[in-house]
Write a new protein. Structure first.
Length: 453
């Protein structure tokens, strides 16, 4: 086992709230294997939630291992515009974010439009808080985000009493007219942790008890964080209920490493013979580990070396070794659990024995880009046969990657997935728009190059 240790660490110098719009090209050469120990950035989903919730908590909170990507900096930037101060410092070689909470009713009207950058999580979840404020807020995003639908959050918030206007119906920018909210019992028409979180955050301000019911279980980071901060919340399978008015109390949090970021190293390790990689302090929340379950179902050798609970979240170390894989099908509830990892799994599926079929994934068409078409286009450039459907695609197995010019289409997951594919190509690949990776993982390419052998 190599002794190379790679750490992706937050520094006091923050990335821009959106990725660099000056296109960058990254050259990725073939590798024989991946070896080393890597610590991935803090979980993006959890970092968003901690930043928002500690901002409306009473007193100071400390957050260790806050996500380094631009999306989470967009959330912090929005909270600062709403009157919440924060700063990054170093403690024992670790970066710590201190948030000076304003309390439930301490936010103030921003002097300008809030900019969520490329972050749909910021816009969708923060809208739940903004819907209850005694002022009007305008929130927008970059050219990608303004083309992503927001009707899923607008509908329940309007049922609770908010007024939300948009230039194009259902699309950003949003003008959110905060009003006193009423509690609702809301059944999600489509499983979405972001919509669930939006309604629960609005429920913190509503009179009575707000209930959210979901058709299948989605990530429960919001419910866990609310419980940790002292909210009056009840959690049952596929049901969460929060009673409005209970104050949140600031505390110290440690953000687990992001399993979605770890996915690209898991895939790269499974693509390259003789690979042996250890990923440390990775979040293992049961609502997020569908990736590990699916990889194991295909025959992947993934070993759990250590596990513990931190702030209600499971965290552990994973070891991945090269494994010949069978292939498989992603459909139904499994699709919802793997939606963010599908670009990486598409790359892996080409090399398996039986290939990969993805169904029930129409949501991929309204992500940062149309991910179904972006995946298909780049696979075809690399000489891979792929068939697309309105809600998914199929790649046959036992295929080989050719060197090619890759386009990220401004999507961080596309850029990183095809950087992993490039390691297994027959020559060097160039990734146009490689800067998109900084949305979630600014250190990605440096980490990948250090692990490649």
């Amino acid at each position: 086992m190599s002794t190379v240790i790679v750490r992706a660490c937050q520094t006091e110098s923050l990335p821009s709230p959106r990725y660099n719009t000056d296109s960058m090209t990254e050259r990725v050469s073939p590798a024989r294997s991946l070896h080393g120990v890597v610590s991935v950035p803090g979980d993006k989903s959890i970092s968003h939630r901690y930043a928002m919730l500690t901002s409306i908590a009473e007193g100071d909170s400390k957050i260790y291992n806050f996500a380094t990507g631009a999306d989470c900096q967009s959330t912090l930037s929005c909270m600062r515009q709403l009157g919440v101060s924060h700063e990054f410092t170093e403690e024992d070689g670790r970066s710590v974010l201190t948030v000076h909470g304003a309390g439930l009713h301490g936010l103030r009207a921003p002097s300008d439009t809030l900019d969520a950058g490329n972050s749909g999580s910021t816009m969708r979840m923060l809208s739940g808080i903004l819907a209850a404020q005694p002022f009007v807020t305008r929130i927008t995003g970059d050219s990608s985000l303004v083309n992503r639908p927001m009707r899923r959050v607008i509908a329940p918030l309007c049922q609770m009493g908010a007024q939300i206007d948009s230039t194009r119906e259902g699309f950003p920018p949003l003008n959110i007219h905060g009003r006193p909210l009423s509690s609702i019992d809301y059944e999600l028409p489509v499983a979405s942790a972001q919509v669930k979180s939006c309604v629960l955050l609005a429920g913190l301000y509503a009179e009575g008890e707000t209930t959210v019911r979901e058709p299948v279980a989605t990530r429960d980071h919001t419910e866990i964080a609310l419980r940790e901060l002292g909210a009056d919340i009840t959690i049952r399978p596929r049901v969460a209920q929060v009673r409005g008015g209970a104050p949140l109390k600031g505390k110290t949090f440690v953000v687990p490493g992001d399993l979605s970021s770890a996915a690209f190293f898991l895939v790269a390790g499974l693509l390259l013979a003789d690979s042996d990689v250890i990923l440390t302090n990775v979040g293992l929340n049961p609502t997020r580990t569908a990736l590990l379950d699916f990889l194991r179902s295909m025959g992947a050798q993934i070993k759990l070396l250590h596990v513990e609970q931190v702030n209600g979240e499971l965290v552990g170390n994973l070891q991945i070794k090269y494994s010949p894989l069978r292939g498989g099908t992603i459909e139904g509830a499994v699709t919802a659990g793997l939606i963010d990892e599908i670009p990486a799994l598409a790359v892996l599926g080409c090399t398996t024995r039986d290939g990969l079929t993805v169904k029930d994934a129409a949501e991929l068409r309204v992500k940062e880009t149309d991910r179904i078409e972006s995946i298909a286009e780049n696979l075809r450039r690399m000489g891979i046969s792929v068939q697309t459907e309105p809600d998914g695609f199929h790649v046959s197995g036992r295929q080989r990657f050719r060197a090619a010019q890759i386009d990220s289409f401004g999507d961080h997951r596309i850029a990183m997935a095809f950087a992993a594919a490039a390691l297994a190509a027959d020559g060097a690949c160039e990734i146009e728009g490689a800067e998109a990776a900084s949305v979630s993982f600014p250190e990605f390419y440096a980490t990948l190059h250090q692990l490649a052998r």
